[in-house]
Ligand binder design. Structure first.
Ligand code: C2O
Ligand code: CU
Ligand code: CU
Length: 503
């Protein structure tokens, strides 16, 4: 281990200082404020699109605005926020497998940003990472074909060194994909009614009610004392059906949630990259920054229950309470009507594309290892000009990823959905059984991830892999990979910045 004892002690000290006197007052006291659940859950609108020459075309404009977070902030206070096509968060984009899409992304901010399609399989030049920055006033026009199973994906900025701030101020939205299997599934499907997006984020406010980005040096980044769902503080949703599907996204920059209900189980139906083979009954699902889960909850007429975040099991981390591990709080209240329309028992047929999408460990020809420590991956900080990994197109690979210090990390790979083969040699827990693009790394455990880089070669434009705790990413815990044709490995080296290209 490269980290010195002094380094570790330093991190511990920082964590202790940052947590104030929580030790003395009892480490199990939650640092998240309980709210009254009196605000109707905001539902992000479905984005409008037009089909131009067979291309489903969306527009998104990143802009400044103000938002009320009452009662977390004083009545009448408007908090300065950023949003897409509005003051906070963004509309839900939705497209079908096989469709070609385009997005006209306009930057209405005073500084460069970018928009990354998290979980999407697409060419690197369309990925919206730090090499595709959009200058203020400019418009960027990525286009690609949707070629992956139905899933709950999301989009957010990825400007080098400033991703935490841009997401925290409010730039994030969902990108839902549908396919034949998902449309035919016995699952709640009415958007905003029984198929409900739930973007979970925490915020910290200063005395004036403005967003405060914690710069105390606290290890995980900003842990806010106010938890929001789709930007709503103390949110409730009126349920009119026997079952409701919640599309959960951890859109926080640092906090890991352990979501469930105190009085009932739920059925996990999908992870980051799409539907599981079959529904799985479980009590809680842990979601690190960037991860998603779709769960189906059953209600009785007149029921009221709350989506709760339990004390998160962060694994072997130093001072868990300073990482938010002792925080427990409600996130969203579900209020069932006195009469509920029937909902089917969750069930679905595998997608017709499933044989092509399946990953087989026997196909793996390359194994790579990644050690996360401090703000480095394999001892290196992110360098925009350095390609860290060269992947030959078509190959199936095993990535062995391990956090070697007792700090939480959330590991994300662009372009692919992977399967978690094992965690320290054991079968992964149920919530990691489906397609994934982001995974929480319990410290000092090895996660073996199986992935395939199918197509879209480009020796000059890299995809990213990084920690999705966004301060860690911004401070260097990120690397770059290119996908090349066999024999093209020598063409790698010069990184092209497609950004600032404007029109
Ligand atoms: Cu959610 Cu590299 O991103
Ligand atoms: Cu991503
Ligand atoms: Cu990290």
């Amino acid at each position: 281990m490269r980290r010195t004892t002094a380094g570790l002690a330093g991190a511990l000290a920082v964590a202790l200082v940052a947590s104030g006197c929580a030790l003395g007052s009892g480490a199990s006291v939650s640092a998240v404020t309980e709210q009254e659940f009196a605000n109707e859950l905001a539902i992000p609108p479905l984005a409008e699109s037009r089909v131009v020459d067979g291309v489903r075309t969306f527009t998104l404009t990143a802009q400044e605005g103000t938002t009320s977070f009452a009662p977390a902030t004083p009545e009448g206070v408007e908090t300065r926020t950023w949003g897409f096509d509005g003051s906070h968060l963004g509309p839900t984009l939705r497209a079908e497998r096989g469709e070609r899409v385009a997005v006209e992304v306009t930057n209405g901010l005073d500084e460069p940003t970018s928009v990354h399609w998290h979980g999407m399989h697409l060419p690197a030049a369309m990925d919206g990472g730090p090499h595709q920055e959009v200058a203020p006033g400019e418009t960027w026009r990525p286009t690609w074909e949707i070629d992956q199973p139905a899933a709950t994906l999301w989009y957010h900025p990825h400007p080098h060194g400033a991703t935490e701030e841009h997401v925290y101020r409010g730039l994030a939205g969902l990108f839902l994909l549908d396919d034949d299997a998902s449309r035919a599934a016995d699952l709640p499907q009415t958007y905003g009614v029984d198929d409900v997006p739930v973007i979970v984020q925490d915020k910290a406010f200063d005395d004036a009610g403005q967003l405060r980005l914690d710069d105390s040096g606290r290890e995980p980044g900003t842990l806010g004392g106010t938890v929001t769902a789709n930007g709503t503080v103390g949110a409730f949703h009126e349920v009119t059906t026997e079952r409701v599907r919640l599309r959960l996204l951890n859109g926080s920059t640092a906090r890991t949630y352990q979501l469930g209900f105190e009085d009932r189980d739920m059925q996990l139906v999908a992870t980051d990259g799409g539907l599981l083979d079959q529904p799985l009954t479980l009590e809680q699902v842990r979601l690190a920054p960037g991860e998603r889960a779709e769960v189906v909850v059953t209600l009785q007429p007149g029921d009221t229950t709350r989506l709760h975040s339990f004390e998160a099991d962060l694994g072997d981390v130093v001072v868990p309470f300073a990482m938010g591990g002792n925080d427990a709080f409600d996130v969203l209240e579900l209020r069932a009507a006195d009469e509920l329309a029937p909902s089917p028992e969750p069930a679905w047929e595998p997608s017709v594309h499933a044989p092509d999408d399946a990953l087989h460990e026997a196909d793996a020809t390359v194994t790579r290892t990644f050690e996360l420590d401090d703000r480095r991956i394999n001892g290196r900080r992110m360098d925009m000009e350095r390609i860290d990994e060269v992947v030959t197109v078509g190959s199936t690979e095993v990535w062995e990823v391990r956090s070697i210090a007792p700090m939480p990390h959330s590991f994300h790979v662009h372009d692919v959905q992977f399967r978690v083969l094992s965690v320290d040699g054991d079968a992964p827990p149920p919530e990691l059984a489906g397609p994934k693009d982001t995974v929480y790394l319990e410290p000092n455990r090895t996660y073996r991830l199986l992935m395939r880089f199918e197509d879209y070669t480009d020796p000059h434009v890299p995809y990213m892999f990084h920690c999705h705790m966004l301060r860690h990413e911004d401070e260097g815990m990120m690397g770059q990979l290119v996908v090349v044709e066999p024999g093209d490995e020598d063409a790698v080296g010069r990184v092209e910045h497609a950004g600032h290209a404007g029109h």
